[in-house]
Write a protein of this length. Structure first.
Length: 208
């Protein structure tokens, strides 16, 4: 089910409030009781932080929960805090950075397994600009949001390779038949500038 823009704004502001509160007081905010019913349903979600450096938007953290195992508002708070303070690729966010950081919330659809007896068909089953990828092999998992392929100009094969590398697998592991490949879609809401207007990035919306 799609969210409207006001619900998306609510999630982005909730993510920022969770981060600010943690920086100021060390406290973890509670899930707000006034949230719309749709925001209290279990959904997968990722929170991405970008920082403006030299006029260029750079990744500053991205962590989320791919499966709908928690209410969306709770998953958003958890993902925001993890993206800000527990992404192993970055040092924890500091208060002085808040004025340079924009927040993006990606609300995911349920990942769907791509079923084929021939792994070489995977690229033809992926639509760049619509699909995100989740690859799994035993305990290893790698996820790339739909916007990653568009932002980096990936075609389907490269997108699959990068998802495998994200999982710690060889880039061609998807060809082996031992890797499960899932696609999902995302509805994305992002600040236009730090703590400013929130817009919806509509071109990654879920399938009709």
């Amino acid at each position: 089910m799609m969210l409207n823009l006001e619900q998306g704004k609510f999630l982005v502001k909730l993510a920022r409030r969770a981060i600010v509160t943690s920086l100021v007081s060390g406290e973890i905010i509670s899930a707000p009781t006034e949230a719309d019913e749709i925001l209290r349903k279990p959904r997968g979600v990722f929170v991405t932080l970008h920082e403006e450096l030299g006029g260029e938007k750079m990744l500053r953290g991205c962590i989320g929960i791919p499966y709908p195992i928690k209410p969306l508002i709770e998953a958003t708070i958890e993902s925001a805090l993890n993206a800000a303070f527990h992404d192993p690729r970055f040092l924890p966010l500091e208060f002085e950075e808040l004025g340079k950081v924009t927040i993006e919330v990606s609300v995911l659809t349920q990942p769907q397994l791509l079923e084929t007896s021939n792994p070489s068909e995977y690229p033809s089953l992926i639509v760049i600009g619509r699909d995100g990828l989740l690859v799994e092999s035993e305990w290893q998992r790698g996820l790339l949001l739909p916007q990653v392929a568009v932002e980096h100009g990936f075609e389907a094969v490269t997108f699959l390779e990068q998802a495998c590398l994200k999982a710690g697998l060889p880039k061609d592991a998807w060809r082996s038949g031992n890797v499960k490949v899932y696609t999902f879609q995302a509805q994305i809401f992002a600040e236009t500038s730090p703590d400013a207007e929130v817009i919806e990035v509509v071109h990654f919306a879920e399938k009709g």
